[in-house]
Design a protein around this ligand. Structure first.
Ligand code: F0G
Length: 464
């Protein structure tokens, strides 16, 4: 890869500290091997998520000082609305304090129990909010996404033939919404092509099913279209974004990702009747229509952040930085999902640690090893998160892949930090056969990874 450098310089610094190996051992045991229990100050490089962890720019911080904290119709709301209309082109923009509130508001309004919601791949909260309202989430990801080594450039795509078959089988009346997640987080941060967006939109128009984007990482998706899809190389990311959104009827966004802010989001619709219903509901649970759980200054930071995310020099650096981490891992023999996605590198821990059974969670074993080796925090996206148990037979269905996500916060870490991660992985490669699996001491019924307590399994042949 050619040399590349950040298109910004550092003005404010936040100290981080690599505590000693003995201290790390103590902390991870005190945390019951659950990285959500680790204190932030005990972590050196935090790759737990790219959500809400961005560094804001001087321009955004300056905008924070212009916060108009009037209860209704503050100036920052007007700027927020103008910006979003310019970038995305919808009629109505409803601010919320984070993405999942937009999901809740929309599904509370449009879903009846037994309805289906289609997506390329649902993110956990989108899935959970659908189910909470009695809906049935359906993932129709393209077949290329199932091969972790396939170099297909748009592994986030939806399977259009399957979409059409599914609508014919269930009937359009049972499907109040179809989503596309841009980029497709749960399948590796992989992008969706314009061609696929157009094809899905055409099918949905024929069946009169509303089309929405879950667009937390829209700018990264648009940049991948520019660099990977024929015919878009000379278009600006802003024009590509406008074209993408012209095919949809609405969108929900967690601005904590490509909004380059620490908190915020929105729901966008074109349908005035729907907007009215959502306004009435949001006053009950989130706040008045023009602030939606956010301060005026937060709305200003989003308005400025959305434009900054469209800066192509920033996007080039961002995607190259994530690809750099992926390449440094591949060089060291670490299997990852290829090609690298927009916001994270996903290590295939099942392939990396073949001696650990799925039921002993190889992903978690690697997560703990990375903390022990270099104070790195990341997260398992495998059977700890997705195992489903049959209540009648007691049998388990494990996740298709045992992954570990190294999510890269935006504008926060330098390549030297990412090199630290690659060098720690190199060390782990030299003793990986000695890593052992984990078992539960405590697990909650839902979303168990947040509150679990684990214990290490004894190594085969070791004295207990
Ligand atoms: N949709 C997608 C695609 C997401 O990645 C997330 C959050 C949400 C919706 C929910 O947004 O957190 O603002 O309520 N993803 C984070 C992550 C948590 O780590 O991937 P939220």
């Amino acid at each position: 890869m050619d040399h590349f450098a950040e298109p910004y310089r550092i003005k404010v610094v936040e100290p981080i500290n690599l505590i000693s190996r003995e201290e790390r051992e103590k902390r991870i045991r005190e945390a019951h091997f659950n990285i959500f229990n680790l204190k932030s100050q005990d972590v050196f490089v935090d790759l737990l998520t790219d959500s809400g962890t961005s560094a804001m720019s001087d321009n955004q911080w300056a905008g924070m000082m212009l916060g108009d904290e009037a209860y209704a119709q503050c100036r920052n709301y007007q700027h927020f609305e103008e910006t979003l209309r310019d970038v995305f082109g919808f009629k109505y923009f409803i601010p919320v304090h984070q993405g999942r509130v937009a999901e809740n508001l929309l599904f509370s309004t449009i879903l009846k129990p037994g309805d289906y919601v289609i997506n390329n791949t649902h993110f956990d909260t989108t899935r959970a909010n659908t189910m909470h309202k009695g809906g049935i989430p359906i993932d129709l990801i393209c077949k290329e996404a199932r091969d972790p080594h396939a170099k297909f450039p748009f592994k986030g795509n939806m399977d259009v033939a399957k979409l059409e078959d599914f609508i014919r089988e269930k009937g359009a009346g049972k499907i109040p919404a179809c989503f596309m997640t841009l980029t497709n987080n749960s399948c590796g941060g992989q992008p969706v092509s314009m061609e696929n967006i157009k094809a899905v939109s055409a099918v949905l128009k024929r069946f009169e099913i509303p089309f929405y984007f879950d667009c937390a990482r829209f700018a990264e998706n648009a940049y991948f279209i520019k660099t990977r899809e024929k015919g878009y190389e000379n278009k600006s990311v802003k024009d590509i974004t406008r074209e993408m959104f012209s095919y949809a009827d609405g969108a929900l966004m967690s601005a904590k990702k490509d909004g380059l802010v620490n908190m915020g989001g929105f729901l966008a619709v074109n349908d005035g009747e729907l907007e009215q219903k959502i306004t009435n509901l949001m006053i009950l649970i989130e706040g008045f229509r023009t602030y939606g759980g956010l301060a005026g200054r937060d709305l200003e930071a989003i308005a400025r952040g959305i434009y900054e995310a469209l800066d192509e020099r920033y996007l080039e650096f961002r995607t190259k930085q994530v690809a750099f981490l992926g390449e440094e891992l591949i060089k060291r023999g670490v299997p990852i999902i290829e090609p690298t996605g927009g916001h994270a590198v996903f290590i295939n821990a099942g392939e990396f640690l073949p001696h650990i059974d799925k039921g002993a969670f190889p992903g978690q074993s690697l997560v703990v090893a990375l903390y022990r080796e270099g104070g790195i925090r990341c997260c398992e996206i495998g059977s700890i998160m997705f195992e489903t148990k049959d209540a009648n037979t007691g049998t388990s269905e494990y996740a298709p892949y045992e992954l570990v996500r190294l999510a890269v916060p935006r504008r926060v870490y330098t390549n030297a930090h990412l090199m630290h991660v690659a060098l720690c992985m190199e060390k782990i490669c030299s003793y990986k056969e000695k890593l052992v699996g984990f078992e539960f001491v405590y697990e909650a019924q839902y979303l168990r990874h947040f509150t679990m307590k684990l214990r290490e399994k004894a190594a085969v042949g070791a004295k207990v």
